[in-house]
Design a protein around this ligand. Structure first.
Ligand SMILES: Cc1cc2nc3c(=O)[nH]c(=O)nc-3n(C[C@H](O)[C@H](O)[C@H](O)COP(=O)(O)OP(=O)(O)OC[C@H]3O[C@@H](n4cnc5c(N)ncnc54)[C@H](O)[C@@H]3O)c2cc1C
Length: 415
């Protein structure tokens, strides 16, 4: 039904927040806002059926302990915990194909910190479904799936988005959670900085004969890093970076030959391996929004920063954006401020922009430093790893960083 008041300055708005993008960070923000009594409309271009299919996305996420705390605070952990694998140790090696175990460089053990495991491995299919189900159960959230935002505008009082259907929706704040090619970012006039790496990640789940013991392995090979990440049962998630053309060729191989290429990289420390699901590819690049806020618009997740998965930190950084934005706007709301005003949003930007830019720069430098076989760089990085490994305080610093426990924690990530 038409609302005759809509369009006038003081007319009620359709929502407090309009969140563009219903991937992972968008729904997490809607749930966080709902806890603070704020209404959200979450708009996503894809239908729910497509996104909840088990084969929609082959990734599994290394969720830092701080991200797990946040999912727990949002009421999602009960649905996830049976399918979450604790990550107790991380082993980092510098190697060549066929030399996986020879060059063991660094070993991080969560027994060195009091908080527990550094994090948990969770498969996309479980996380995405838990988020969709929680949104469906939340009266403060309206989920508009299968709808595309094509325009937006903001003024001193409100923000308006236009859908491809022609419908307009109003709110106090627009949040862009629409991924690496964020239209929200472009429409807000925010420029981006970034580049492609010429690398593609081959992603799959592997079943193996021997137990992994909750140990994650990061092996640096000349063409790019190979991560072997523990999943529940005798299974691991593989994130395997190769040059683009090589990755395309490997992914086109029949299953048996694909495994023949993987085996000498993987090693035999987990016994015989076989595929435990589909195979996926993801082109790798870096993209950073030059600002995280503009007018009544804020960016979170990959819309703000898409980075190389070398450290498994992209979603963790996105969830930290979500927790920080929720923290800033709920505290502003309690103080009676306009939570979407430039003054309030600038607090979010100061909290998150430097952190994410330095994290993205670190992933970029690590990827360049390790994705080659230059003997001088190789010697330098092996000495660097030995130094970090032999200094307990540095080692503990890395473990706390991987667990997401450093820096100022937003309310949702506190123990
Ligand atoms: C190989 C690989 C492995 C990774 N592993 C890890 C890991 O171990 N740990 C970790 O923390 N991170 C990891 N990441 C990073 C993580 O996957 C991303 O950071 C995360 O998926 C980003 O989620 P998002 O919700 O911000 O964006 P997306 O998931 O990209 O969602 C954006 C949504 O916006 C919607 N959309 C776009 N435009 C519009 C529009 N105009 N209107 C309506 N809807 C729109 C899209 O349909 C989409 O659903 C990995 C990344 C890769 C590539």
């Amino acid at each position: 039904m038409d609302n005759p008041a809509r369009g006038r300055i003081f007319s009620p708005m359709d929502s407090d927040l309009i969140i563009i993008g219903g991937g992972l960070n968008g729904p997490a923000l809607a749930l966080a806002a709902a806890q603070a009594g704020l209404r959200s409309i979450v708009i996503d271009a894809l239908p729910v059926r497509t996104r909840e299919a088990g084969t929609f996305d082959g990734r599994s996420y290394a969720l830092a302990l701080s991200s797990q705390r946040m999912l727990d605070a949002l009421g999602l952990w009960t649905a996830l915990q049976d399918n979450a694998q604790p990550m107790r140790e991380i082993k980092v090696s510098d190697g060549r194909v066929g030399e996986a175990e020879v060059f063991l460089g660094l070993h991080f053990d969560s027994a060195e910190i009091e908080e527990g495991p550094m994090g948990f491995m969770v498969e996309d299919r479980y996380l995405r479904r838990a988020l969709l189900a929680a949104m469906a159960d939340a009266p403060m959230i309206t989920h508009r799936a299968g709808e595309t935002v094509i325009a937006q505008e903001t003024d001193a009082a409100r923000a308006t988005v236009t859908l491809a259907s022609g419908e307009s929706l109003t709110a106090r704040l627009i949040v862009g959670a629409d991924g690496r090619s964020s239209g929200t970012c472009a429409r807000a006039g925010i420029k981006r900085t970034g580049w492609q790496y010429g690398q593609t990640a081959l992603v799959c789940a592997i079943a193996h004969d021997l137990p992994h013991g909750g140990v994650a392995h990061q092996l640096f090979l000349p063409a790019g890093p190979l991560a072997i990440l523990p999943l529940t049962g005798n299974r691991s998630s593989i994130v395997w970076s190769e040059r683009d053309a090589q990755a395309r060729a490997i992914n086109a191989l029949p299953e048996a030959q694909y495994l023949d290429v993987l085996r000498p990289r993987f090693g035999d420390f987990l016994g015989e391996i076989r595929l435990a699901g589909g195979r996926y590819t993801y082109p790798l690049g870096l993209t950073l929004a030059n600002a995280f806020v503009a007018g009544r618009v804020a960016l979170v997740g990959d819309a703000a920063h898409g980075m190389h998965p070398i450290a498994g930190q992209g979603l963790n950084a996105g969830l930290r954006d979500v927790a920080a934005l929720a923290h800033v706007i709920t505290h502003a709301q309690r103080r009676g401020e306009d939570f979407a005003s430039p003054q309030v949003l600038s607090r979010y930007q100061s909290w998150r922009r430097w952190d994410t830019a330095s994290l993205a720069a670190a992933t970029d430098i690590f990827n360049r430093l390790f994705s080659n076989d230059n003997p001088v760089l190789r010697l330098g990085r092996d000495i660097g790893m030995a130094l970090v490994g032999s200094a307990p305080s540095l080692r503990r610093g890395f473990i706390r960083e991987a667990a997401g426990l450093t820096g100022e924690l937003p309310d949702l990530m506190k123990a």
